[in-house]
Every structure is written in C-alpha cells, then in structure tokens.
Write a protein that binds this ligand. Structure first.
Ligand code: SF4
Length: 336
C-alpha cells in the first residue's frame, strides 16, 4: 500500500484533508489507540468512522516483526515480514533511532554487502517503510529514521520520498533526523532539494579511487568521488546540514595511506562528517574487518588533518547481523 493510494481511499469514504492527516498522524505516531481517537462520537464522517477498523487492520497487516536479535550495544535487529511473505530488516539503534529498508534486495550489487548479492526482489512501498517505523515505535520512542537498511533508496525514490514527507510532516521527526542514504544517484540531487521535507543526506563514498569504486559498487551510477562530493556540498549548503560520508573500512582495500591522503584532499573544508565504519565480516564474502586499533589510528589521523571523522561500529556486531545477514539466514529455516 502506498500512502497516496491510502489517501485516495480515505477520500472516497468522505475524508477531508484534515481527516486524512489525522488518521495518518495517529498511525505514524502510533498514538491512535492510546489516546482514544476511535471513541464513539469522534470527529470523522460516519462512513469513514465505520471503515476505520478495517483500515486499522490493513495498516497493521503491512508489516510484522518475525524475530528480534538484541545486541550488547543497545541496538536490536528485527526481521520484518511483509504481506506477501517477503522479508526486510530494520534496526533499532541506540539513542532513539531506527534504520529502515527501502527495497527487498538491492540492484547495486556492492561486492561487500550481503543484500547486494541476491539482486533486487521488489520495491518496499511507502506504507511498508512507514510501517517499519510504527513497529519500532511500538517498542520504544523514535526520533531519528535512517534509510540505510536493505536497498538503495534512490532506486525507489517515489516511495521513499512519500514516506519521508509523512514522517517529517505528521510523524514528529525533525527533518535533519531523516537520513537518506545513497551511493549517489543524480536523481537524488535533482529531487531532494525540491521536496517539502528535505532530509539529511548520507553518501556512500568508500574510496577516493574512481576505478576501485566502480569495482566495489558495480551498478552504482558512474559518478566519480570528486563529483559526488561536489553534488553533496551543494545539498549541504542548501539545507544547512552536513553531508554524512560513509566509509566502510576494509582491510587492505581502502585503509592505505594513499586513500587517506586523497581523502584529506577530497573532504578538507567541506561541510561534512566522515562516518568510518569497520567492515562487518560476512561469511562467503572476501573482505576483512581491520583491527579496531588500526581504525582508531586512522580516524585520529584524519581528525588531526581537519576531517571531522566519527568512528562507528555497525550496530549488532555480536549478533552477526550486518545488513542482509538476517534475511539471508531466513532463507534457511529460522526460529520465530
Ligand atoms: Fe545495496 Fe546498500 Fe548493499 Fe550496496 S550496500 S548492495 S547499495 S544495500
């Protein structure tokens, strides 16, 4: 279900725009049930009021949690089932964040990513994206939503933008706390600046070398790291929030001095944060995680040279839950 088709359906039941907004707001804030929206004599036209139990059931049926993998770092990975039996992953992040998936599978095919190995299965609808946030809110408060789960949001732009608008307008989430993550598709730079809600932007950089980037991200748009940073800088100046450059640190691949020197040249003076994330090793993929000490040294070296670098661990290391791993495991029987 897409949010705009839900709005159309509500209109056929007599909803005015304020009724639509109210129903969607109660859903996305997960507040309808607790705060008595559905009391007799409520404000909605009768046909709409009578249809609400069915609409609630439809919304509840969009997604459900199949299994939960809590980790020691305070995060929890969720395997989420969709109506057609497909599964995606969401992650409850420390400090009231949730990471959601925008596609079942992914067409970009990053060499180091489990999700990328199986290709794209289907798009996740805007309703299913918001449903992942609602499921998270049933467990705890959510003040930040990052689109860094399975899939490339730029390849599902209409659904992702619709979800972002609902979350930013009715969902009580600050626009800068909605983080659109992409490998860098030109459509993103055309579309995001004109959105009613302008999310923060995370750009997957991973290397300063164009040829290596083409190998690591084989079906990403052919945009060089330098062009990516130029586009990012424009968006950062427009919105007033820094670009979050993502760098998955892989032993012997992108942790050499040549990369670090080039990274300083590329990002110095930019309105940017560099998130350096030591690779979360995946069985069957030929990439290794560097030692934490080495990662710390690299981050400190960059920081001393004026690059605002944050060393982060990907959530759920101890549950072996890197993006795509839960779903891959679910292809075999798992305990639900
Ligand atoms: Fe797709 Fe992201 Fe995995 Fe690359 S890292 S294959 S863009 S899900």
């Amino acid at each position: 279900m897409r949010i705009d088709s839900l709005r159309t359906h509500l209109r056929t039941l007599g909803a005015l725009p304020l009724h639509e907004d109210r129903i969607l707001r109660d859903w996305v804030r997960n507040s309808g049930h607790e705060h008595g929206r559905r009391r007799p004599g409520d404000f909605l036209p009768k046909p709409l009021r009578e249809a609400l139990p069915r609409i609630d059931a439809q919304l509840d049926g969009l997604a459900r949690i199949l299994s939960t993998y809590p980790a020691e770092d305070g995060s929890a990975r969720l395997l989420v089932g969709l109506q057609d039996g497909q599964t995606v992953e969401s992650v409850l992040l420390p400090r009231d964040g949730v990471c959601v998936s925008s596609q079942v599978g992914c067409a970009v095919g990053c060499q180091f990513c489990m999700t990328g190995q199986g290709g794209l299965v289907r798009q996740v609808t805007s309703g299913e994206i918001v449903a992942q946030v609602v499921l998270a809110r049933r467990r705890r408060s959510v003040k930040k939503v990052v689109f860094m789960g399975m899939g490339e949001p730029a390849h599902n732009l209409d659904n992702v933008m619709e979800a972002i608008e609902l979350l930013g307008v009715e969902g009580n989430i600050a626009h800068k706390n909605l983080v659109f993550s992409t490998v860098g598709d030109p459509r993103v730079f055309e579309r995001l600046p004109s959105g009613r809600v302008k999310p923060a932007l995370a750009l997957s950089l991973h290397t300063t070398k164009p040829a290596l980037r083409e190998r690591l991200l084989p079906r990403a748009p052919r945009i060089t790291p330098a062009q990516l940073v130029e586009e990012g800088e424009r968006y950062a100046r427009l919105t007033g929030y820094p670009i979050q450059y993502q760098w998955t640190l892989m032993e012997g691949v992108n942790d050499g001095q040549d990369e670090l020197d080039a990274l300083v040249d590329l990002l110095r003076g930019r309105y940017a944060v560099l998130n350096m994330i030591p690779y979360n090793a995946n069985e069957g993929l030929p990439f290794q995680r560097p030692g934490w000490d080495k990662a710390e040294r690299i981050a400190a070296w960059l920081f001393e040279r004026g690059i605002l670098t944050k060393l982060r661990d990907s959530a759920g290391q101890d549950v072996d839950g890197g993006c795509g791993q839960l779903r891959a495991r679910a292809a075999q029987p798992i305990k639900i």
